[in-house]
Design a protein around this ligand. Structure first.
Ligand code: SF4
Ligand code: SF4
Length: 499
């Protein structure tokens, strides 16, 4: 613990920013960790609540001049608390249920049968009307934030291989995740679609397991290591049979940070340490990968610069899902067609818009021609990836004729933080409110972020405000931009693809 107590991290810590309490700051928590390690404090409820209140967002790591690796400290502390059977929310029955369901797509998918039935039959609507959903506590709130669900078993249909469009420039493996394929399958589809357009052959082997982040953040590092070993072995076996990949792609910030931590998790395992290092060396967030050459150039040519519309066209209204006249674009941008995707989702707006329809009396509508970017904590602080997603979002925005505007406090956590919004709903709500105010101040009608936790949380914020805000992953925007400018085979309508 190299903390020199300088306090430079305090202003960056969301819980300190909200509460102003030293014990709920990085410096205060490190002090408590040291006291526990030296036997000067006992892991009582009074002590553990300050660790429970930590988001694990790692904003303090970014701010720290001493290189304190706070993410490791909090994970190890939670593991210690688990071993000591200390009173902590991370060992509550609710967390154990979540840990038994969330990392397993088939289990999550099966559990959501009840939600699908409840929604279709109107029972959930009725239960909400008479206040029954409140009795379910955090689970009731979770349901409200869930996007529209695809039919049971849909997540199994994601293709194992997707060929490169045009000349092949790279071969990549793809980590598909556990919650994402069930709740936001369109993000995985957009990821493989964009990678393919950028010239990548994409392989997504079956039988992948959760990255282990959920368990690691809760202090169950043993289970996290089991997931890590499984995934490493699975991806090694694929490459042994089909040839080596240039990169292993992940589109969820929390998972990407965890995959890059495999060498640390397995550092004391002689059999797996080196294999973990080889695996992690190839892991790239999708934006980190696509921002490189030759992929960025290929997508640049596909996405823009925008051309003026040949004639006035109509675009889907991001606020009500109904067509309205396209807003004239002073930059001469192309107007968006009603549906150019050819998939079962629509082109702006996407799935879930019915949950963010503006209600009577809703706030002034933000512009669907303006987009802003929220940094997922585990991408910005956990992986140091900030410029690349902005570069790609700007490219897509230019192609779509949408303006990218900066977001105030963009690196401040939105309150999602894995299971944090379930375990600490009050603080999570405060942080979400702060985030939504910042988003509203931009006047953007679209917010983009690269983590499923963030996008679900922001969607929930928009729903609470009756806001028409669209919440997308950067690859969804990029996929839309490139759909507008390709001839259906992924070839650019003009210029060369750069390879
Ligand atoms: S991880 Fe986030 S919430 Fe926890 S101490 Fe660091 S900045 Fe604060
Ligand atoms: S910035 Fe780093 S060294 Fe300074 S108080 Fe925070 S954790 Fe300690």
């Amino acid at each position: 613990m190299d903390c020199i107590h300088c306090g430079l991290c305090l202003s960056q810590c969301p819980t300190y920013a909200e509460e102003g309490l030293e014990a709920d700051s990085p410096r205060g928590r490190i002090y408590l960790m040291r006291a526990l390690a030296e036997g000067r404090a006992e892991p009582t409820a009074e002590v553990t609540r300050h660790f429970d209140s930590c988001l694990g967002c790692r904003a303090c790591e970014t701010a720290c001049p001493s290189g304190v690796r706070y993410g490791h400290l909090i994970e190890n502390t939670r593991e210690f608390l688990k071993q000591e059977q200390a009173p902590t929310k991370h060992r509550s029955p609710l967390v154990q249920v979540l840990e038994a369901v969330f990392p397993y797509s088939p289990r999550l998918d099966a559990l959501l049968i009840a939600v699908r039935f409840g929604r279709k039959s109107g029972l959930i609507w009725l239960a909400r009307r008479v206040g029954l959903m409140k009795l379910l506590g955090p689970l009731g709130a979770m349901e409200a934030n869930l996007p529209p669900l695809r039919p049971f078993g849909s997540h199994r249909k994601f293709p194992v291989e997707t060929k490169a469009r045009g000349k092949e420039a790279a071969r990549v493996g793809m980590v598909t995740g556990c919650v994402l394929p069930v709740l936001q399958p369109q993000v995985n589809e957009a990821t493989s679609s964009v990678l393919s357009k950028a010239g990548c052959h994409v392989a997504a082997p079956r039988n992948q397991r959760c990255c282990g982040a959920l368990h690691a953040h809760g202090g169950d590092l043993d289970t996290a290591r089991k997931f890590a070993r499984h995934n490493i072995a699975l991806f090694e076996a694929w490459q042994a049979e089909h040839g080596n990949w240039d990169a292993i792609i992940i589109n969820a910030a929390g998972c990407g940070a965890a995959l890059k931590e495999y060498p640390a998790w397995l550092s004391e395992d002689a059999e797996w340490r080196e294999r973990a290092e080889k695996f992690a060396a190839k892991v790239r967030d999708v934006s980190e990968f696509l921002a490189q050459e030759p992929f960025a150039s290929r997508l640049q040519v596909l996405a823009g610069p925008p051309q003026p519309p040949a004639q006035p066209s109509r675009m889907p209204d991001a606020t009500h899902g109904a067509a309205r006249e396209a807003v004239p674009n002073t930059a001469g941008a192309a107007s968006l067609p009603a549906n150019a995707s050819g998939r079962d989702d629509k082109l702006l707006p996407l799935e879930g818009d019915e949950q963010t329809k503006a209600a009577p009396g809703a706030p002034e509508l933000a512009s669907p021609r303006r987009v802003t970017y929220h940094d997922a904590c585990h991408l910005a602080h956990g992986q140091g990836v900030r410029a690349q997603p902005r570069q790609l979002v700007k490219m897509a925005a230019d192609g779509l004729g949408v303006e990218l505007v900066p977001l105030g406090e963009s690196e401040m956590c939105c309150g999602s933080a894995g299971t944090y919004n379930i375990l600490q709903p009050a603080m999570a709500s405060q942080l979400l409110e702060r985030k939504m105010k910042n988003i509203q101040a931009t006047g953007a009608g679209i917010v983009v972020s690269a983590n499923i936790g963030c996008t679900l949380q922001l969607r929930g914020g928009a729903r609470q405000l009756n806001s028409p805000l669209q919440v997308l992953h950067p690859v969804e925007l990029l996929d839309q931009a490139t759909q507008l400018t390709t001839d259906g085979r992924g070839e650019p309508r003009r210029g060369s693809a750069g390879s």
